[in-house]
Design a protein around this ligand. Sequence first.
Ligand SMILES: [Zn+2]
Ligand SMILES: [Zn+2]
Length: 879
Amino acid sequence: MKGLQPMKGTSRNKNERKKETLSSTWAITKRILKTLGMYMLKVFTYSMNVLLTVMLIGIVAGSIMAAALAIYCNENIDAYFEIQDLQLDLDETTTLYYQNDAGEWIELEEDRLYGEENRLWISYDRIPSNLYQAFVAIEDKRFFTHSGVDFRRTLGAFLGFAAGTTSYGGSTITQQLIKNITHEDDTTIQRKMQEILRALDFETRKTKEEILEMYLNTIYLSQGCYGVQTASAKYFNKDVSELSLVECAAIAAIPQYPTRWDPIQNPAGNKERRDVILKEMFTQGIITKEDYEEAKNTELVLATEGQEQTTSTVHSYYIDTVISDVLKDLQKELGYTETMAYRMLYSGGLKIYTCLKPNVQNALEDVYESALETIYAAEKKKIPDAGVAPQSAISVVDNSTGYLVGVVGGIGKKETARGLNRATQSTRQPGSSIKPISIYSIALEKGVISFGSSVDDTPALYKNGSPYPRNSNTTGTFSGRNTVVQAVKSSFNTIPMKLLIEMTPEYIYEFMTTKYHFSTLVYNEVTPTGRVVSDLGLSSLSLGGLTYGVTTREMTQAYATFPNNGTFREAISYQYIETKDGEILISNMPETEQILSEETAFSMNELLKGVVSGGTGSKASPTLKKEMNNQMAGKTGTTNDSKDLYFSGYTPYYTAAVWFGYDKPKSLGRFSTSPALTLWSKCMDAIHQPIIDSTAKKDRLTFASMSNMVKCKICKVSGLKATAACELDPRGSQVTQSYFMVSKQPKTECNMHVQVKWCTVSKSVAGPDCPEETCKVISLVKLNVTDRYFETNIKVNDAQYIYMTVPENYVYPTDTTKAFFINLYPSNRYPGYSINTTRPVNSFCVEHNQSLTADNGSYKRPTDVKDNKNAPSQTTAGG
Ligand SMILES: [Zn+2]
Ligand SMILES: [Zn+2]
C-alpha cells in the first residue's frame, strides 16, 4: 500500500494549482476526461499491485509446494522402473535334462524350449505394422513423439476428471505398460505420480519399439488372452503376422473395455469400436481411404470353438508338467509376473534338471496311445467314436526318490502343445480310493483303530437312533461285527463314516490338507450361484464325493507315503533350475515330513495288500503280483453314479494312480473290470519290466518289515485277545492272527463273546426249563440295545448271533423268528435281522419255557424317546 500514497497526493496538488484556469466547456470536458484517466490509472495500478501480490504469493506457495512434492516423491515414489527379466536381447534356448541310472545328466534334445515357442511373446519385427499402428492410433496417437507422458492429454484428462465428465486417466502406452506389468492401478495421486515419473524415466532407457513390443505382449485382450499373439490365435486361429487390417483393428478395439468390446461376447460393440479405430488410422494418415472403406465393409470371421491351434512344439505330458511347474515356481518363488516367467522360461537360456524317467514315460505313453482298444477289446465292446470316448490320466512316482517320473494326461496320441493335462489339472472324484488316505491311515495314526481292530458294519446312528444320511453300503446288506482288514478289503462305506464321525471332519480335513498336501479340497466356499460348498461333509471325506475332487498327481503323491514308511514327499517334476551362467535359480528339493508312523505305514501296506490279493482290487495285474512276490497294494474307487473310476496302488518300486471317466462327467455304464484298474495294471506291468529283466525274483524289493511287530491271536469279533469262548461261536472259531507292535499287543481278553446255554431240541437259546441233557454251550456276541437301534429292520448278517442282557422278570417273545431280546425294543425300533433263516440262533426256546413268555405284568416294553437332546444337529452330518 505504501507505493500508492505519493501518487494520490501528487494528483491532488495538481488539481488545486490549476483550478482557476478551468472555465470553458472544453476545460470541463478535459477535466472530466482527465479525472476519468486518473481513475483508470488508479484502477490499473491497483490491479497490477493485486496481480503482483498474487503472483508473489503464488511463487512462494508454489515453491513450498514444489519442495514438499519433491520431498514427498523422494520418500514415497520410486521413479526408477526396470523390467530386468524382459530384456529384449534375451534370446537363448532353454535346455532340459534327465538323470540316468548312473546319475549322469543327459540332455533331452528333443525338448529344447525356444523363444518362438513362447505362446505369449512375439518379437517386434514379427508384429504387422497395421496391428501396432491400430493400437497407437486409438490408445496414444502421439506415442512416437512424446517422451513417455502426453502432458496435453494428461491435462485434458485432469480437467475432464475434475469436471466429472470423464474418468479416463489419459495414460500413454508407456504408462499403460508400466501399469500392466506392476499391476499397480493409479487410483491414488501417489500412484499416478509414480506412474508418470516411471514412464518418463523408462523412456530414457528404452526405444519406442521395445516399449511397444512389451506393451503388445502383455496387454489383456479378454477371453483370458494376454498379448496379441494369444489373442490372434484365440479370435482368428492365426499367427499375428497373418492378420488382416480389420482383424488388427478388432484386436486393438478390446483393451479399454475388454468385456464390452470383445468380438466374441459383443460383436456389435467390437464393430463400433474398431470402426472408430479405422477412422483414426485413416485421418492420421496411416491407411488410405480405399483401405479404410474396404476394412470397414469387411465382415469379421472369428475362429470357431476348438479350432484354436498353436504352432508350438508338442512335448510330452511330462514336459508340459515341468513347464507348468517351472512357470508357477518362477512366479511364486521369484515374484515374476506370468509374462516375465514365460519370457524367462523360453528365452532365458535356463537349464532345467527334471525328474523324468524316459523309460517309464515311454511305457506309459505306449499304453495310453492304444488305451481304448485295450479296454474295449477286453470287454468285447465296440470302441466309442473319438470325441465321445472316455478319457483317462495316470501319474507315477518312483518310490526310491518320491519324484514324479511319468505322467500321461489323456488317451490317444498327444497332438496339442500344452493342452489339457488331466493328470495334473483335472480334479475328479476318487471314490473309495480316498478311504485309505482320508480315513484308515489317519485312524491308525490317531490310535482310533489298530490293524487288528474290529468294528460294526452297520449304519452309523445318531444317539437317538436316527440314521446319518448316506451311509449305507451299496448292497444294502451289512455284515455286522467285522475286522478293519475286511472293511478295507470289501470297501465298506459304514466303517469309514463311523471313524470319520469319531475323528471329526475338521480333523480329517486338516490332516488331508496340511499333511497329505491336497490342494483342491474345500473348507467352505460360496459358488458364483450363491451355493455354499464344503468338503467337510461325512460322505465327502469318507466316501470320496468331494466338491471338486483330486488330481492323480496328488493321489499318487499321497499313496506313495505308504511304501515310503510314512514319510510324505512332494512329487516334484524337476530338481533344480540353473541360469545361463550356471547359477542355481531355483532349488526345488521336495518337502518331506514323517506324517505317519512306520507302524501305520506297515499296517496300511498290509491292509492294501489284502485288497489286491482277494478284495475289490483282486484283478490288479496277477503276473506282476507274482513277479513282485505279492508285494503289491492298492485300492479301487467308484462313485455311486459310475462317473469316475479310480485305482491307486503301488509296489515297493513305483506308486501310480489312474483316473478314468468322461471329460464332461456322465455315467460310464458297466465294465466287467474297472478300466482304471486295467490301465493301472498295463502301465505297472510295462514300467516294472526292466526290473523283472534285471533282478532275480528273490532279490526284488519288499515293503519294509517291522522287527518289533508280532503276530497275536485275536478275536475277529472284538479285536481283543482271543479266549476259549471265541472258539465256541456257532459260525466257527472267530480266532485269527494279526500284527501288533510288541508294546501294543492286546492284553484285554475278548469281552464280547459270552457263553450261552443253547437248546439243541428247539435250536434256540435255552431257558431255565430246558432239560440239561438237550443243552450245550455256545458263544454269542454281546451288544447293547443302543449299538443297534434302527428305524427299519435292516439286513445284518450276524444279527442271529447277537446276545443282549435282559432284565429280571423279562417276558420272552413267543415269536420264534425273532431274537430272544426283541422285547427290549420299542415297536418302532429294530436290531436288524439275518436273512435265510426262520429260526435265528438267538431265538428263544418257547418249546420248553412257555411260562416265561406269558405276560405277568411285571415287564413293560420300552417306549422310544423322540426328542433326544444329545443328538448332533443335521448340519454337521450334511453329505
Ligand atoms: Zn471273541
Ligand atoms: Zn429247550
